[in-house]
Design a protein around this ligand. Sequence first.
Ligand SMILES: [Zn+2]
Ligand SMILES: [Zn+2]
Length: 652
Amino acid sequence: MINITFPDGSVRTYEKGVTGYEIAKSISPRLAEEALAASVKFADDTTAGQGVTYDLDRPIDRDASIALLKWEDEEGKQVFWHSSSHLMAEALEDLYPGVKFGIGPAIENGFYYDVDFADHQVNDADLPKVEKRMLELAREKQTFTRVEVAKADALKHFEDKGDPYKCELISELADGTITYYRNGHFTDLCRGPHLHNTEVIKAVKLTAIAGAYWRGDEKRQQLTRIYGITFPKKSMLDEYLVMLEEAKKRDHRKLGKEMELFTFSSRVGQGLPLWLPRGAVMRLQLENFLRRKQTEHGYLPVVSPHIGSKDLYVTSGHYAKYGQDSFQPIHTPQEGEEYMLKPMNCPHHCEIYRSAPRSYRDLPLRLAEFGTVYRYEQSGELHGLTRVRSFTQDDAHMFVTPDQLKGEFVKVIDLILYVFRIFKFDKFTAQISLRDPLDRTKYIGSDENWEKAERAIIEAADEKGLPAVVEYGEAAFYGPKLDFMVRDAIGRKWQLGTIQVDYNLPDRFQLEYTDTDGSKKRPVMIHRAPFGSIERFTAVLLEHTAGHLPVWLSPDQVKVLPISEKYSDFAKKVCDLLNNSDIRASIDDRNETLGKRIREISLLRVPVIVIIGEKEVAEGTVSVRKEGADAGTMKIDDFPGWLRATIAEELS
Ligand SMILES: [Zn+2]
Ligand SMILES: [Zn+2]
């Protein structure tokens, strides 16, 4: 008999070789129905990790802690979607005999499979046929069978089948046993895990078809990538499709155009955003918002140039790590003189730290800069403002003593939570990335400092009540970090806000401070960016709000619309009054119908509109509409105060 421990701490005994499915069934038939896989951590596994994901049918042969994974669990979804990619491959093999397969992983929302269709012509119009076949196969209740084979046998199997892609993958695997998964008549080289059977897949949508090079290498075969998503309930698919429609309406590239915020020009260059006047005003508000808060938190502003000597990045290590894949050095007429476009601000800030002798009394030293950086992204990777080649980080670096780490972390978390609150990102999670406990050799910095930093992050997150998960082995080689993930208004996840501890750069730049006892010590560095970059944050914010920015952030806060030219003077008076109170207001008295003007203004998403007619002029009032709803009539002298109160409320 073996002992199985459950997440609530309870322990039950089972026959050796019991499966996750049997365990689920022993608890309740309903759980057996809902469980998709099991997360198993064996008692003899001494690593700090979470254990492994097991098929529900895979025997468990020794004491273990297990958690049954359901659809609601991220890993559960991954198993569901990965199994769906096998199901799709099976359907494709049925419909297009002789097709060959590359790789077919689960992704954040669904799955894909890269397919070599050989002589078959397949396009969008064929996808419904594939969906239908997938559902037919799913209803056959096919089990996913795990088969262990020797490498040589696996290779022979796929050679006989004439599948060069799988053969290539197998030949790269270490010698020994390899696993297959079989469902129906489809066999795939696969590590698993997979579903108990296909019956739980109740709804299928193949979402896109695209070209993809084998192994991402443009010199190799072009395969066809089919993306899809599946659900355990039809209603979930319906909701998902509604969300996709909504996402299309909120696409920041579309909103950016309608709201006249930014543009791109092939002549300027790919991935280099041009901020239009309205966008630049918005951007400035974002910067000022953070600048104010950072000043409260004791940050000091600095400014550094857009290029730096190549030596700077050789010193920082960025050149060795990223040099090949970034913009190449800029040469000057001076022989041997080379500059790089700035890929990060940190090395510049290290030199600012070094510009004066520092003592423990100067720490923490917090240097902040809205620093524009340049990173080469392949043109296929570029996407609106989310993937660009030039962007401005809301960057800051803190130089602290090891003992100040925790306090500083708490303050940065506070700042990030403030940002989330003001922008109404109410749903978020955090991930704490720590060292791999099994291999400490790949990290730089002393054990003692790492322990201090890891403890500082965990305690700070705890103190702030963050919903955080700890991931071992996810830390960078130079330090542990804390990342935030937010969910937007339509449920999509975005990574926003990173806090990163760094022992590497202070070492490389030989940074020092004089401690209380007069000795020289190395400070620790923290990198942090609540927005990440102004560009990416703008994209996320536009999609989160569907372009309905708060009044304080809107480029045009108020539009004043006289019904006809007769009332233009009064409209101008209202406008002046607002401008004198630092409200961004302008008149639209073009010779167009009121309806047409309102339609155009609504595309710009101006939050507050006032319409001036005879009654308003006679009574000295304004009728205010906010976000399309009636906000009442008020005396014009009361209007600036009302707007200021609205803004104060938004920022509180
Ligand atoms: Zn697989
Ligand atoms: Zn940095």
